[in-house]
Design a protein around this ligand. Structure first.
Ligand code: XIL
Length: 371
Protein backbone atom coordinates (compact mmCIF):
# COMPACT_ATOMS: atom_id res chain seq x y z
CA UNK A 1 0.00 0.00 0.00
CA UNK A 2 1.36 3.41 -0.93
CA UNK A 3 1.25 5.83 1.96
CA UNK A 4 -0.62 9.12 1.53
CA UNK A 5 2.53 11.23 1.65
CA UNK A 6 4.12 9.37 -1.26
CA UNK A 7 0.86 9.51 -3.14
CA UNK A 8 0.66 13.27 -2.66
CA UNK A 9 4.27 13.69 -3.75
CA UNK A 10 3.66 11.61 -6.84
CA UNK A 11 0.57 13.60 -7.71
CA UNK A 12 2.51 16.79 -7.16
CA UNK A 13 5.34 15.49 -9.34
CA UNK A 14 2.87 14.55 -12.00
CA UNK A 15 1.25 17.97 -11.90
CA UNK A 16 4.65 19.66 -12.12
CA UNK A 17 5.53 17.52 -15.12
CA UNK A 18 2.14 18.26 -16.55
CA UNK A 19 2.62 21.99 -15.96
CA UNK A 20 6.06 21.89 -17.52
CA UNK A 21 4.79 20.16 -20.60
CA UNK A 22 1.86 22.59 -20.79
CA UNK A 23 4.31 25.44 -20.54
CA UNK A 24 6.43 23.94 -23.32
CA UNK A 25 3.31 23.58 -25.41
CA UNK A 26 2.19 27.14 -24.86
CA UNK A 27 5.66 28.32 -25.75
CA UNK A 28 5.45 26.58 -29.11
CA UNK A 29 1.73 26.61 -29.74
CA UNK A 30 1.66 29.27 -32.38
CA UNK A 31 3.77 30.31 -35.31
CA UNK A 32 4.79 33.58 -33.73
CA UNK A 33 5.93 31.94 -30.52
CA UNK A 34 7.65 29.06 -32.28
CA UNK A 35 9.66 31.51 -34.39
CA UNK A 36 9.99 34.31 -31.86
CA UNK A 37 13.76 34.02 -31.61
CA UNK A 38 14.11 33.93 -35.40
CA UNK A 39 12.00 36.49 -37.25
CA UNK A 40 8.59 38.10 -37.23
CA UNK A 41 5.71 36.09 -38.67
CA UNK A 42 3.22 38.29 -40.47
CA UNK A 43 -0.02 38.15 -42.39
CA UNK A 44 -1.86 40.43 -44.79
CA UNK A 45 -5.19 41.75 -43.55
CA UNK A 46 -8.27 42.46 -45.64
CA UNK A 47 -11.19 44.67 -44.69
CA UNK A 48 -13.05 41.78 -42.99
CA UNK A 49 -10.07 41.20 -40.70
CA UNK A 50 -9.52 44.83 -39.88
CA UNK A 51 -13.18 45.18 -38.93
CA UNK A 52 -12.92 41.96 -36.87
CA UNK A 53 -15.98 40.53 -38.62
CA UNK A 54 -15.17 36.87 -38.04
CA UNK A 55 -14.25 35.97 -34.47
CA UNK A 56 -12.50 32.73 -35.40
CA UNK A 57 -10.29 34.55 -37.92
CA UNK A 58 -9.66 37.31 -35.41
CA UNK A 59 -8.53 34.89 -32.70
CA UNK A 60 -6.33 33.08 -35.20
CA UNK A 61 -4.64 36.29 -36.37
CA UNK A 62 -3.92 37.37 -32.81
CA UNK A 63 -2.64 33.95 -31.81
CA UNK A 64 -0.42 33.16 -34.78
CA UNK A 65 0.98 36.44 -36.11
CA UNK A 66 2.99 39.32 -34.72
CA UNK A 67 3.19 41.46 -37.87
CA UNK A 68 0.48 42.81 -40.17
CA UNK A 69 0.39 44.33 -43.65
CA UNK A 70 -2.75 45.80 -45.24
CA UNK A 71 -3.51 43.71 -48.34
CA UNK A 72 -5.18 46.61 -50.19
CA UNK A 73 -6.54 49.41 -48.07
CA UNK A 74 -3.42 51.58 -48.00
CA UNK A 75 -2.89 51.49 -51.75
CA UNK A 76 -3.29 54.94 -53.26
CA UNK A 77 -6.48 54.04 -55.16
CA UNK A 78 -8.24 53.35 -51.87
CA UNK A 79 -6.58 55.70 -49.42
CA UNK A 80 -6.28 58.66 -51.81
CA UNK A 81 -9.20 58.37 -54.24
CA UNK A 82 -9.27 62.01 -55.37
CA UNK A 83 -6.65 64.75 -55.64
CA UNK A 84 -7.62 66.41 -52.39
CA UNK A 85 -9.45 63.60 -50.68
CA UNK A 86 -8.03 60.86 -48.52
CA UNK A 87 -9.96 58.01 -46.95
CA UNK A 88 -8.39 57.02 -43.66
CA UNK A 89 -11.34 55.16 -42.23
CA UNK A 90 -9.94 51.63 -42.66
CA UNK A 91 -6.27 52.53 -42.40
CA UNK A 92 -6.87 54.14 -38.99
CA UNK A 93 -8.61 50.95 -37.87
CA UNK A 94 -5.81 48.81 -39.29
CA UNK A 95 -3.17 50.76 -37.37
CA UNK A 96 -5.26 50.71 -34.18
CA UNK A 97 -5.62 46.93 -34.53
CA UNK A 98 -1.85 46.52 -34.75
CA UNK A 99 -1.23 48.87 -31.82
CA UNK A 100 -3.77 47.28 -29.51
CA UNK A 101 -2.41 43.81 -30.26
CA UNK A 102 1.25 44.85 -30.03
CA UNK A 103 1.98 43.86 -33.60
CA UNK A 104 4.69 45.07 -35.95
CA UNK A 105 2.86 47.25 -38.45
CA UNK A 106 3.87 47.43 -42.11
CA UNK A 107 2.66 50.16 -44.48
CA UNK A 108 2.01 48.92 -48.01
CA UNK A 109 2.70 50.81 -50.22
CA UNK A 110 3.62 54.42 -50.98
CA UNK A 111 4.76 54.46 -54.61
CA UNK A 112 3.40 51.81 -56.99
CA UNK A 113 2.25 51.87 -60.60
CA UNK A 114 -0.72 49.56 -59.91
CA UNK A 115 -3.96 50.33 -58.07
CA UNK A 116 -3.47 54.04 -58.65
CA UNK A 117 -6.47 56.39 -58.41
CA UNK A 118 -7.83 57.36 -61.83
CA UNK A 119 -6.87 61.01 -61.49
CA UNK A 120 -3.19 60.08 -61.52
CA UNK A 121 -3.49 58.59 -65.01
CA UNK A 122 -4.74 61.96 -66.21
CA UNK A 123 -1.74 63.86 -64.88
CA UNK A 124 0.32 65.05 -67.81
CA UNK A 125 3.20 67.09 -66.43
CA UNK A 126 6.19 65.78 -64.53
CA UNK A 127 5.80 68.52 -61.93
CA UNK A 128 2.21 67.60 -61.15
CA UNK A 129 3.11 63.93 -60.82
CA UNK A 130 5.96 64.81 -58.46
CA UNK A 131 3.57 66.94 -56.39
CA UNK A 132 1.09 64.05 -56.21
CA UNK A 133 3.79 61.62 -55.12
CA UNK A 134 5.20 63.94 -52.47
CA UNK A 135 1.86 65.04 -51.07
CA UNK A 136 0.80 61.43 -50.91
CA UNK A 137 3.88 60.36 -48.96
CA UNK A 138 3.70 63.33 -46.60
CA UNK A 139 0.02 62.88 -45.87
CA UNK A 140 -0.22 59.11 -45.55
CA UNK A 141 3.09 58.41 -43.90
CA UNK A 142 2.87 61.56 -41.78
CA UNK A 143 -0.48 60.49 -40.33
CA UNK A 144 1.01 57.28 -38.96
CA UNK A 145 4.48 58.53 -38.07
CA UNK A 146 5.71 56.75 -34.95
CA UNK A 147 3.01 54.08 -35.33
CA UNK A 148 3.81 52.23 -38.54
CA UNK A 149 7.09 50.37 -38.07
CA UNK A 150 8.10 49.86 -41.66
CA UNK A 151 7.06 51.03 -45.11
CA UNK A 152 7.26 49.50 -48.55
CA UNK A 153 8.32 52.86 -49.96
CA UNK A 154 8.58 51.80 -53.60
CA UNK A 155 6.92 48.68 -54.95
CA UNK A 156 7.79 46.83 -58.16
CA UNK A 157 9.98 49.36 -59.98
CA UNK A 158 11.75 46.74 -62.09
CA UNK A 159 11.14 44.58 -65.15
CA UNK A 160 12.03 40.90 -65.25
CA UNK A 161 15.34 41.63 -67.00
CA UNK A 162 16.36 44.03 -64.26
CA UNK A 163 15.75 47.24 -66.23
CA UNK A 164 13.50 49.95 -64.84
CA UNK A 165 9.81 49.36 -65.37
CA UNK A 166 8.40 52.01 -67.68
CA UNK A 167 5.78 53.03 -65.16
CA UNK A 168 4.06 56.38 -65.11
CA UNK A 169 6.59 57.45 -62.46
CA UNK A 170 9.63 56.39 -64.48
CA UNK A 171 8.27 57.79 -67.73
CA UNK A 172 7.67 61.22 -66.30
CA UNK A 173 10.35 61.53 -63.61
CA UNK A 174 13.08 59.11 -64.64
CA UNK A 175 14.56 56.76 -62.06
CA UNK A 176 15.18 59.64 -59.66
CA UNK A 177 11.58 59.27 -58.40
CA UNK A 178 12.86 56.34 -56.34
CA UNK A 179 15.50 58.43 -54.62
CA UNK A 180 13.05 61.28 -54.07
CA UNK A 181 10.50 58.91 -52.52
CA UNK A 182 13.02 57.36 -50.11
CA UNK A 183 14.52 60.73 -49.20
CA UNK A 184 11.15 62.17 -48.34
CA UNK A 185 10.04 59.04 -46.47
CA UNK A 186 13.14 59.26 -44.26
CA UNK A 187 12.23 62.85 -43.37
CA UNK A 188 8.55 62.27 -42.76
CA UNK A 189 9.09 59.45 -40.25
CA UNK A 190 12.75 59.09 -39.29
CA UNK A 191 11.94 56.09 -37.10
CA UNK A 192 10.26 53.99 -39.79
CA UNK A 193 12.22 51.27 -41.54
CA UNK A 194 12.24 51.81 -45.28
CA UNK A 195 12.07 48.91 -47.74
CA UNK A 196 12.21 48.39 -51.49
CA UNK A 197 9.68 45.63 -52.32
CA UNK A 198 9.35 43.55 -55.50
CA UNK A 199 8.55 40.08 -56.86
CA UNK A 200 11.04 37.77 -58.58
CA UNK A 201 14.02 39.74 -57.31
CA UNK A 202 15.43 36.42 -56.12
CA UNK A 203 15.91 35.56 -59.80
CA UNK A 204 19.39 36.47 -61.06
CA UNK A 205 18.63 39.11 -63.73
CA UNK A 206 16.02 40.97 -61.74
CA UNK A 207 18.12 40.63 -58.58
CA UNK A 208 20.98 42.33 -60.38
CA UNK A 209 18.65 45.19 -61.23
CA UNK A 210 17.50 45.44 -57.60
CA UNK A 211 21.08 45.49 -56.38
CA UNK A 212 21.95 48.28 -58.82
CA UNK A 213 18.85 50.27 -57.85
CA UNK A 214 19.63 49.97 -54.13
CA UNK A 215 23.37 50.63 -54.57
CA UNK A 216 22.49 53.87 -56.30
CA UNK A 217 20.37 54.90 -53.33
CA UNK A 218 23.06 53.93 -50.85
CA UNK A 219 25.78 55.73 -52.79
CA UNK A 220 23.77 58.93 -52.78
CA UNK A 221 23.38 58.66 -49.02
CA UNK A 222 19.69 57.86 -49.00
CA UNK A 223 18.36 55.73 -46.14
CA UNK A 224 17.12 52.27 -47.03
CA UNK A 225 16.87 49.57 -44.36
CA UNK A 226 15.79 46.54 -46.24
CA UNK A 227 14.56 44.69 -49.24
CA UNK A 228 11.27 42.85 -49.50
CA UNK A 229 11.21 39.74 -51.64
CA UNK A 230 7.49 39.18 -52.21
CA UNK A 231 7.63 35.37 -52.49
CA UNK A 232 4.63 34.62 -54.76
CA UNK A 233 5.91 31.19 -55.68
CA UNK A 234 4.56 27.77 -56.56
CA UNK A 235 4.80 24.33 -54.98
CA UNK A 236 6.81 23.41 -58.07
CA UNK A 237 9.27 26.31 -58.10
CA UNK A 238 12.79 25.09 -57.87
CA UNK A 239 14.37 28.25 -56.57
CA UNK A 240 16.04 27.54 -53.23
CA UNK A 241 19.48 28.40 -54.56
CA UNK A 242 18.27 31.70 -56.02
CA UNK A 243 16.60 32.54 -52.72
CA UNK A 244 19.72 31.70 -50.72
CA UNK A 245 21.97 33.69 -53.07
CA UNK A 246 19.61 36.64 -52.75
CA UNK A 247 19.56 36.52 -48.96
CA UNK A 248 23.36 36.52 -48.97
CA UNK A 249 23.82 39.22 -51.60
CA UNK A 250 21.25 41.62 -50.19
CA UNK A 251 22.43 41.20 -46.63
CA UNK A 252 26.02 41.82 -47.72
CA UNK A 253 24.81 45.26 -48.78
CA UNK A 254 23.82 45.95 -45.18
CA UNK A 255 20.13 45.35 -45.87
CA UNK A 256 17.61 43.41 -43.86
CA UNK A 257 15.82 40.81 -45.93
CA UNK A 258 12.10 40.27 -45.52
CA UNK A 259 9.81 37.84 -47.34
CA UNK A 260 6.83 40.11 -47.57
CA UNK A 261 4.02 38.35 -49.48
CA UNK A 262 4.63 34.63 -49.21
CA UNK A 263 2.16 32.21 -50.82
CA UNK A 264 2.58 29.05 -52.90
CA UNK A 265 0.14 28.36 -55.70
CA UNK A 266 -0.79 24.69 -56.11
CA UNK A 267 -2.57 25.24 -59.45
CA UNK A 268 -1.31 24.66 -63.00
CA UNK A 269 0.23 27.43 -64.97
CA UNK A 270 0.50 26.49 -68.64
CA UNK A 271 1.77 29.84 -69.82
CA UNK A 272 4.70 29.61 -67.49
CA UNK A 273 3.59 32.80 -65.92
CA UNK A 274 5.82 33.71 -63.06
CA UNK A 275 5.59 36.50 -60.64
CA UNK A 276 2.78 38.69 -59.59
CA UNK A 277 2.06 41.41 -62.10
CA UNK A 278 -1.45 42.19 -60.91
CA UNK A 279 -2.44 43.34 -64.39
CA UNK A 280 -1.98 39.92 -65.97
CA UNK A 281 -5.28 38.07 -66.49
CA UNK A 282 -6.17 34.87 -68.30
CA UNK A 283 -9.42 33.19 -69.29
CA UNK A 284 -11.28 30.68 -67.18
CA UNK A 285 -10.94 27.01 -68.15
CA UNK A 286 -12.06 23.98 -66.03
CA UNK A 287 -8.73 22.24 -66.75
CA UNK A 288 -7.01 25.05 -64.95
CA UNK A 289 -9.10 24.52 -61.82
CA UNK A 290 -8.46 20.86 -60.95
CA UNK A 291 -9.05 21.00 -57.18
CA UNK A 292 -12.41 22.72 -57.24
CA UNK A 293 -13.89 20.42 -54.59
CA UNK A 294 -10.92 19.35 -52.51
CA UNK A 295 -7.15 19.16 -52.43
CA UNK A 296 -5.64 15.69 -53.06
CA UNK A 297 -3.56 14.32 -50.23
CA UNK A 298 -0.42 14.23 -52.36
CA UNK A 299 -0.71 17.96 -53.14
CA UNK A 300 -1.38 18.77 -49.50
CA UNK A 301 1.86 16.96 -48.68
CA UNK A 302 3.77 18.63 -51.51
CA UNK A 303 2.68 22.02 -50.16
CA UNK A 304 3.78 21.09 -46.64
CA UNK A 305 7.16 19.86 -47.90
CA UNK A 306 7.78 22.96 -49.94
CA UNK A 307 6.94 25.26 -47.02
CA UNK A 308 9.20 23.17 -44.85
CA UNK A 309 12.14 23.45 -47.29
CA UNK A 310 11.68 27.19 -47.48
CA UNK A 311 11.57 27.64 -43.73
CA UNK A 312 14.64 25.46 -43.24
CA UNK A 313 16.46 27.90 -45.48
CA UNK A 314 14.97 30.90 -43.70
CA UNK A 315 16.08 29.46 -40.35
CA UNK A 316 19.57 28.87 -41.67
CA UNK A 317 19.76 32.61 -42.40
CA UNK A 318 17.61 33.89 -39.56
CA UNK A 319 20.26 36.44 -38.60
CA UNK A 320 19.71 38.16 -41.96
CA UNK A 321 15.92 37.88 -42.13
CA UNK A 322 13.64 40.34 -40.37
CA UNK A 323 10.18 39.01 -41.24
CA UNK A 324 8.22 36.39 -43.11
CA UNK A 325 4.72 37.59 -44.02
CA UNK A 326 2.09 35.35 -45.60
CA UNK A 327 -0.09 37.03 -48.23
CA UNK A 328 -3.39 36.41 -46.52
CA UNK A 329 -4.79 34.58 -43.51
CA UNK A 330 -6.52 31.58 -45.07
CA UNK A 331 -7.12 29.91 -48.43
CA UNK A 332 -10.63 31.29 -48.81
CA UNK A 333 -9.45 34.87 -48.90
CA UNK A 334 -6.30 34.38 -50.92
CA UNK A 335 -5.94 36.63 -53.96
CA UNK A 336 -4.70 33.51 -55.81
CA UNK A 337 -8.31 32.31 -56.14
CA UNK A 338 -8.72 35.16 -58.62
CA UNK A 339 -5.23 35.69 -60.03
CA UNK A 340 -4.13 35.17 -62.76
CA UNK A 341 -7.32 33.30 -63.70
CA UNK A 342 -10.62 34.29 -62.08
CA UNK A 343 -12.79 31.94 -60.02
CA UNK A 344 -10.37 29.17 -59.16
CA UNK A 345 -9.98 27.26 -55.91
CA UNK A 346 -6.41 27.62 -54.73
CA UNK A 347 -4.75 26.40 -51.52
CA UNK A 348 -1.62 28.51 -51.07
CA UNK A 349 -1.58 29.31 -47.34
CA UNK A 350 -1.25 27.57 -43.99
CA UNK A 351 -4.92 27.73 -42.94
CA UNK A 352 -7.80 26.15 -44.86
CA UNK A 353 -11.19 27.57 -45.75
CA UNK A 354 -12.54 26.66 -42.32
CA UNK A 355 -9.57 28.48 -40.73
CA UNK A 356 -8.09 25.17 -39.57
CA UNK A 357 -4.33 24.61 -39.74
CA UNK A 358 -3.19 22.53 -42.71
CA UNK A 359 -0.37 19.99 -42.93
CA UNK A 360 1.85 22.86 -44.08
CA UNK A 361 1.23 24.57 -40.74
CA UNK A 362 2.19 21.41 -38.85
CA UNK A 363 5.33 21.07 -40.93
CA UNK A 364 6.47 24.56 -39.92
CA UNK A 365 5.66 23.94 -36.27
CA UNK A 366 7.48 20.62 -36.25
CA UNK A 367 10.63 22.25 -37.66
CA UNK A 368 10.87 24.07 -34.36
CA UNK A 369 9.66 21.27 -32.10
CA UNK A 370 12.36 18.88 -33.30
CA UNK A 371 15.07 21.31 -32.18
C1 XIL B 1 -2.86 42.11 -54.55
C2 XIL B 1 -4.03 41.86 -53.61
O1 XIL B 1 -3.76 40.69 -52.88
C3 XIL B 1 -5.30 41.72 -54.40
O2 XIL B 1 -6.42 41.63 -53.52
C4 XIL B 1 -5.47 42.91 -55.35
O3 XIL B 1 -6.61 42.70 -56.17
C5 XIL B 1 -4.25 43.09 -56.22
O4 XIL B 1 -3.10 43.21 -55.40
N1 XIL B 1 2.18 42.46 -55.25
C6 XIL B 1 1.84 43.36 -54.26
C7 XIL B 1 0.51 43.25 -53.62
O5 XIL B 1 2.69 44.16 -53.84
O6 XIL B 1 0.02 44.49 -53.21
C8 XIL B 1 -0.49 42.56 -54.51
O7 XIL B 1 -1.70 42.39 -53.78
C9 XIL B 1 0.07 41.24 -55.00
C10 XIL B 1 1.32 41.45 -55.80
Amino acid sequence: MMNTKIKTLLTLGASIACLQSLQAQTQVNSLKSAYQEDFLIGTALGTEHILERNEKANQLIKKEFNAITPENIMKSQLIHPEVNRYNFNLSDKFVDYGLKNQMYIVGHTLVWHSQLPSFVHKISSADSLRIFMKEHIKTVMGRYAGKINSWDVVNEALNEDGTYRKSIFFNKLGDSYIKEAFELAAQVDPKAELYYNDYNIEQPAKRKGAIALIKKLQESGVKINGVGIQGHWSINSNNLKDIEDSILEFSQMGLKVAFTELDLTVLPNPWDLRGADVNQRFQEDPKMNPYKDSLPDSVQTALANRYSELFKLFLKHKDKISRITFWGVDDRHSWLNGFPIPNRTNYPLLFDRALEPKRAYQSLMSLKESK
